[in-house]
Design a protein around this ligand. Sequence first.
Ligand code: FES
Length: 370
Amino acid sequence: MQYIPLIPLSDLPENTHKSVKQGSKSIALFHYEGIISALDHACIHKGGDLGEGFIQILDDRERYVACPWHGWQYNLKTGKAPDGYKDRQAIYDVIVRDGMICVSEKPVTDAFRSEHESDPLADLRSLNYQTTATSLNVLGISTTNMNRDLPRPSTSETALQSALDIAASKFGAQTKMIKLRELNFRHCEGYYSRHEKACTWPCSISEMDANDGMNEIYRSLVLWADAVILATPIRWGNASSLYYKMAERLNTVQNQITIHDKVLIKNKAVSLIITGGQDNIQGVAGQLNSFFADLGFSFPPFNYLGWSRGWIAEDMENNYTRFFKNRYVKRSVVDLVTNTVKLVQQIKQMDASQLQAPKPKISEAGSLSE
Ligand code: FES
């Protein structure tokens, strides 16, 4: 067997690891318990550098390296994933010769990525759209938060439910309401900041946890909806914190444009319901609209309905009753739905297959000449 010298042994003290490049090869070297081992540096999931991974001792008392991108784990000596997984990273034989760590020219065990028989994210991975030329699927997303055991009336959610009822009864739409507070989902963990390839579609977190609640949003918003109506309360002059939590997890949709020049949202409209005891409706609408514009949504004319009784309206116990009885609210919900449906019916006729996004792309980043 041919061996390639990599680095002096003194450059890899006990309890350390790192990746070393030699020609076209990059090897992750580990020095633990007096043993030096060598794995291919590129994680078989999406290519994270295992030389920057974290060492963990699992229940089998064996040492594993956890990929720094999404946490796939590989045994340092065998390259195998933990019990229950058949995946395996390539491993190289290691000898120390004349004070140099040398690895076999070829892996002694090749990498193996198992077919995960039932892929719970297959529909997202293959972008299995459920919209059709004639569908009218209206998704309501309620972002208000409340105690499940002590629910209270919500102006934004009541208006949203009313909008969905009108979409169904007046336009024959299929409707669905998602209440973000009922979804158990993780915050965005910022994998893009490690490497652009670490932010994936489906989301890196979905890849790690097929039960993460955002998968319902991805399926409904990306694959199912023709129109989205999002309802938010005003909190400190902004949309609800649950909205922002969701928006950050939609980085995965926007990043597809940046990284792969791939637009996932086409021929879809969005409208907003923004209600608060105090004001800043236009500020919230501006922020939300700029976000949905970046995803690829279209806007009907007058795409938001607002409700606010002003700075001194601290009698919030009366807010819901006044809202509920208000003629403006009743009429404007109908107007909002009508405008949204009419736009959807038009944009569904457009050929968006070649849609281009005038957004920054990774291929253009760091260019000094243009
Ligand atoms: S790239 Fe290694 S776990 Fe995703």
